[in-house]
Design a protein around this ligand. Structure first.
Ligand SMILES: NC(=O)C1=CN([C@@H]2O[C@H](COP(=O)(O)OP(=O)(O)OC[C@H]3O[C@@H](n4cnc5c(N)ncnc54)[C@H](O)[C@@H]3O)[C@@H](O)[C@H]2O)C=CC1
Ligand SMILES: CC(C)[C@@H](O)CC[C@@H](C)[C@H]1CC[C@H]2[C@@H]3[C@H](O)CC4=CC(=O)CC[C@]4(C)[C@H]3CC[C@]12C
Length: 368
């Protein structure tokens, strides 16, 4: 970033800034980015909590907009020094059509890239996903892999396909000349399963357990490890990488897994780190149902979703895709973000766990 920009106060834009991750990125920028003079928050759905942010020294501009609308994106990007693009349809439950997922995640990302080029924004950070890599359609495990681990990243589901295509667009855009002649610097961050305050799926598990008399029933073997990372550490990595993107030669066009000290556990056992202190228990030391029966139930859920779609949206947690993903080991072990831009987790595992437990405990009182 030119010296003049570093001396100046900077304008950041966060797309999807009212989402689960986006809100944490917004709050982290306000707390830990001293060069910020304006923070633009672009989202299809603006949250009421934004109003509380407008009393500080940084100018906070809430922009209600749609990333699929190129002109809305260009207007929001114009004048920004850094764009952090988290907006997306995170749907593996069949709520949105494949076309809509593609339109938001791929075309929306293309619109962000073109807006950077047309308006002269030089730094773009894209929130990608572990799903760009795997688990793949063959169910191959990815055991404590890193950004360079060979893996057959073949997908059929609309969500991972859209994230992989969007990531490729972002990385290929690195080095394009933006308005004013400077090169666009892009990079992509790949979180594993994010958890923490505001995680809707964790809330769903909690409510499911309350409905079942304080019990959840094991469906996945404890031996299947699934990578998880605390939302505050993911947000911190976004802030850091944006701060250091002027190291274009090293970081431009790079991908980084998001990681911290969260333990390697099965998806369900990991969730119980937070749900057990909230009074739930996981029944069974091994899956209570045989895998073939889970496959049948998942397929039945998919059939019911299709049959009921004209009447209502039926989107349970268990479907053929979520079952396959949950049943496939996918964990990362890397320090590339530390080597390239000095990332160290801001929140310890203990702190991440405590914060998440407190949030889950608040979920019950807030829903009463
Ligand atoms: N939740 C997770 O475990 C992981 C999420 N990610 C990625 O992180 C990013 C954020 O994910 P979450 O915070 O979990 O999702 P989220 O659904 O909570 O947040 C996404 C935000 O994008 C906004 N949005 C959706 N469509 C839009 C559109 N057309 N125009 C403008 N805004 C739009 C939504 O209103 C929402 O505020 C996504 O790109 C996702 O692919 C990556 C890895 C794991
Ligand atoms: C019903 C049981 C089989 C239960 O264990 C299903 C859990 C299932 C809902 C989750 C298991 C793995 C999760 C995904 C994983 O964390 C990777 C992801 C990355 C993203 O970019 C978005 C979210 C997700 C697809 C995540 C979604 C929920 C799971 C499939």
């Amino acid at each position: 970033m030119a010296d003049s920009a570093r001396a100046q106060k900077l304008v950041y834009l966060v797309t999807g800034g009212c989402g689960f991750l986006g809100e944490h990125v917004v709050r982290m920028l306000l707390q830990r980015e001293p060069r910020l003079c304006e923070l633009r928050i672009f989202d299809l759905h603006l949250g009421p909590w934004l109003d509380e942010l407008k009393t500080g020294p940084v100018r906070v501009t809430a922009i209600q907009g749609d990333v699929t609308q190129a002109h809305e994106v260009a207007a929001a990007v114009a004048g920004a020094h850094v764009v952090i693009h988290t907006a997306g349809l995170v749907d593996v439950f069949g709520k949105a059509s494949p076309e809509t997922i593609h339109e938001v995640n791929v075309q929306g990302t293309q619109n962000v890239i073109e807006a950077c080029v047309q308006t002269g924004t030089q730094f773009l950070v894209y929130t990608s996903s572990m799903e760009v890599v795997g688990p793949n359609v063959k169910g191959h495990p990815f055991y404590r892999g890193n950004e360079d681990t060979p893996y057959e990243a073949v997908h059929r589901h609309p969500y991972p396909c859209s994230k992989a295509l969007a990531e490729r667009l972002v990385l290929e855009a690195n080095g394009r000349k933006v308005r004013g002649g400077l090169p666009l610097v892009t990079c992509a961050l790949r979180p594993t399963g994010i958890y923490g305050e505001g995680h809707q799926i964790m809330r769903d598990f909690y409510h499911q357990g309350l409905r079942l008399g304080g019990r959840l029933f094991r469906a996945i073997p404890a031996s299947v490890e699934h990578g998880r990372v605390y939302v505050g550490n993911v947000a911190w990595m976004h802030v850091l990488v944006a701060r250091e993107e002027q190291r274009a030669a090293l970081m431009g066009g790079q991908v980084y897994f998001c990681y911290d000290k969260s333990p390697y556990k099965s998806y369900e056992d990991f969730n119980m780190e937070f749900l057990r202190p909230c009074g739930l228990r996981l029944v069974g030391t091994r899956p209570l149902l045989p895998y073939w029966l889970l496959v049948f139930l998942a397929a039945l859920n998919a059939l019911l979703q299709w049959l009921l779609r004209p009447l209502l949206l039926y989107a349970p947690l268990l479907n053929p895709y979520t079952l396959a993903v949950a049943n496939t080991t996918f964990t990362v072990s890397t320090n590339k973000a530390q080597r390239h831009f000095g990332y160290e987790p801001l929140f310890s595992w203990e702190d991440s766990r405590t914060r998440t437990i407190r949030w889950v405990q608040g979920v019950e009182s807030s829903s009463q």
